[in-house]
Design a protein around this ligand. Structure first.
Ligand code: NAP
Length: 340
């Protein structure tokens, strides 16, 4: 293929919060796929906290991104050449690829074909019907197991995962309280997403606000933040409460991890449970979750916002929004139209 492959590479490992200077733009020839591989044209990039983890040298379920390598990323892509059985040219797929216009990947990096769904934009396949929605669905329903009438607290509540968690909890008949970092996002949670209360954890006294918003205590805490927010919440757990460990974004940029939550013995006192999960644990059931989520979108029971910027160049600045919190909903970068 004669086209140039535009890429964003890891220039150096970030110290603390990543900076735009940790990345560099480059151009390379488009490589032909080998046996068992496909050539993808990347349409959308999914901007996820996991990318920050892969930029560091820390051990993880995947090796670190090498210096000078394109930034690894979930993508929505179109197959433009295939040497992999079962995958054909023209198919739209969810993939683990990279911040570049074209990627050559093994078919093992393809996470399924994307069927277009009537009335649902393609980009939603990377947000509510992609990793964010699936994380919200399985983390809440299978790990948190909310029961009708219980109180569910959600941290990072206005983000890609959190904004869906609260709405599913409402569908299950729970009282839902969200924690987020601006008044504007609090209003969005209360007025558009149906949260019963929203707390701006940056400007209020967190402990007092939790007591006011959760007068009957907390049955399920869906936590994406960790740190002091987790510690304060543990003292308000009800008997047999559940803490869903989804992530710990407050620690993701720390070189040295802070000590664990000092209030953890509350789990003993309340016969409570704290349990982590990865969305991949539930991979065989993605179809079931997508069917429910798509139905809830069509029935107007789930509202969502995808924060989409256009152009590969925008990807680093968009990643930084995960840490500044200047966004609502899921962060995506659009690179190309599916039809071209
Ligand atoms: N377990 C899994 O398999 C799995 C899969 C996907 C994602 N996750 C986790 O899910 C969480 C949410 O991911 P997402 O993609 O939906 O991101 P997101 O919630 O859209 O963005 C992250 C949000 O976290 C908040 N935040 C950032 N730094 C913070 C800090 N120091 N203290 C408190 N809040 C902070 C910001 O919102 P505020 O304005 O509210 O501060 C920001 O908008 C992450 O922890 C991620 O690692 C887990």
């Amino acid at each position: 293929m004669s086209e140039v492959n535009r890429q964003i590479l890891l220039r150096k490992r970030p110290v603390g919060v990543p900076a735009v200077g940790d990345f560099e733009e480059a151009e390379a020839p488009v490589r032909a796929p080998g046996a068992g591989e496909v050539l993808l044209k990347n349409l959308y990039l999914s901007i996820d906290p996991a990318i920050r983890g892969w930029m560091s040298e820390a051990k993880s379920y995947l090796p670190p991104i090498g210096i000078g390598e394109p930034i690894r990323s979930g993508t929505l892509s179109k197959i433009v050449e295939s040497r992999a059985e079962g995958w054909s040219v023209g198919q739209i797929v969810q993939a683990l690829a990279a911040w570049e216009s074209y990627s050559v990947v093994s078919s093992r990096m393809l996470h399924g074909k994307v069927e277009s769904m009537e009335g649902i934009p393609l980009s939603t396949m990377l947000s509510v019907l992609g990793g964010s929605g699936l994380t919200a669905y399985f983390g809440l329903l299978e790990v948190g197991k909310p029961q009708k009438g219980e109180t569910v607290l959600v941290s990072a509540a206005a983000g890609g995962v959190g904004s869906i968690v609260g709405q599913i909890a409402k569908l299950k008949g729970c009282r839902v309280v969200g924690l987020t970092g601006s008044d504007e996002k609090c209003n969005w949670l209360s007025e558009e997403l149906g949260y019963d209360a929203a707390i701006n954890y940056k400007t209020t006294n967190l402990r007092r606000s939790l007591d006011e918003a959760c007068p009957e205590g907390i049955d399920v805490f869906f936590d994406s933040v960790g740190g002091e927010i987790l510690n304060s919440t543990l003292t308000r757990l009800n008997q047999h409460g559940r803490v869903v460990v989804c992530g710990a974004i407050s620690q993701i940029n720390e070189a040295e991890l802070p000590p664990g939550p000092s209030n953890y013995l509350q789990l003993l006192a309340k016969s409570a449970r704290m349990e982590g999960f990865t969305t991949l644990d539930f991979a065989p059931r993605y179809g079931e979750a997508r069917a429910d989520l798509a139905r809830w979108i069509r029935e107007g029971k789930i509202h969502y916002r995808d924060d989409i910027v256009e152009g590969l160049h925008e990807a680093p600045a968009h990643l930084l929004r995960l840490f500044s919190g200047e966004h609502r909903g899921k962060l995506l970068v659009k690179l190309a139209e599916a039809e071209v």
